[in-house]
Design a protein around this ligand. Structure first.
Ligand SMILES: [Fe+2]
Ligand SMILES: [Fe+2]
Length: 235
């Protein structure tokens, strides 16, 4: 299966034309398209509507997770409904199998990496924050447990490893993802992990057990030579 992957489209009327042009050939190059979150800027249905139109016209099966920007207006349920009703598979702690490949997806959350992972100690506010991070890891656990397929692909918005956020300011690393997500992936095994959110991060990394992790934020892909709107992974 050829999987085209992108993220952080941050749809706006200004980028619609460019997006249409850049994604136009995806159907010839891939069997599925993965969009790893931040489809919109502010999570408004008015942003999602034209974007869904663009995505549907690509005529390629599309799998997505939401990103933090898609939650900004508190309309994430409506965004999911809009995508789902047009046939886009939105993963939120859920799994989906297609042609022998299992996709497990969830947004993920912040929290830091390795020895820097924030733990649930002290004030209730810290405990609530850490709980949100653990809850997303548990959603991924549930999604991965659902899959029967031998080949699995994990789709996240936040990074599961520090390796693919290098390039961003070190001060914000803890807000770019959480290695709690990678622990789940390593326990279950996967062919690869796709994520976005770190717009100026690093393309490729690995989890502790060596599972490839790819940051497919579109701004990072567009900064490559030649400039790309998505990357295609053959599994
Ligand atoms: Fe983003
Ligand atoms: Fe984001």
């Amino acid at each position: 299966m050829r999987i085209a992957a992108t993220a952080d489209l941050h749809y706006s009327a200004q980028t619609q034309g460019l997006l249409k042009e850049q994604l136009g050939r995806v159907r010839d190059e891939a069997d599925v398209l993965v969009v790893a979150g931040d489809l919109t800027n502010f999570g408004r249905p008015a942003e999602m509507e034209p974007l869904v139109n663009v995505l549907v016209r690509l005529r390629v099966p599309t799998i997505a997770v939401l990103g933090n920007h898609d939650y900004e207006c508190g309309q994430e349920g409506e965004l999911i409904r809009m995508m789902t009703s047009e046939g886009i598979k939105v993963l939120d702690g859920t799994g989906y199998e297609r042609d022998g490949v299992g996709f497990a997806g969830t947004k993920g959350f912040v929290g830091g990496f390795g020895r820097g992972v924030l733990t649930a100690f002290g004030e209730p506010e810290i405990k609530a924050f850490v709980k949100a991070s653990i809850d997303e890891a548990m959603k991924l656990e549930r999604a991965m447990s659902q899959l029967q397929a031998a080949k699995r692909v994990v789709v996240l918005h936040y990074s599961p490893t520090v390796a693919t956020v290098f390039g961003e300011s070190p001060e914000i690393f803890p807000f770019l993802g959480s290695s709690r997500l990678a622990e789940v992936v390593d326990r279950h095994g996967a062919e690869l992990v796709l994520h976005g959110h770190a717009h100026h991060g690093t393309l490729d990394g690995k989890t502790a057990s060596g599972i490839p992790v790819h940051n497919v934020a579109i701004s990072l892909l567009q900064a490559q030579q030649p400039s790309l709107a998505y990357r295609v992974f053959d599994i």
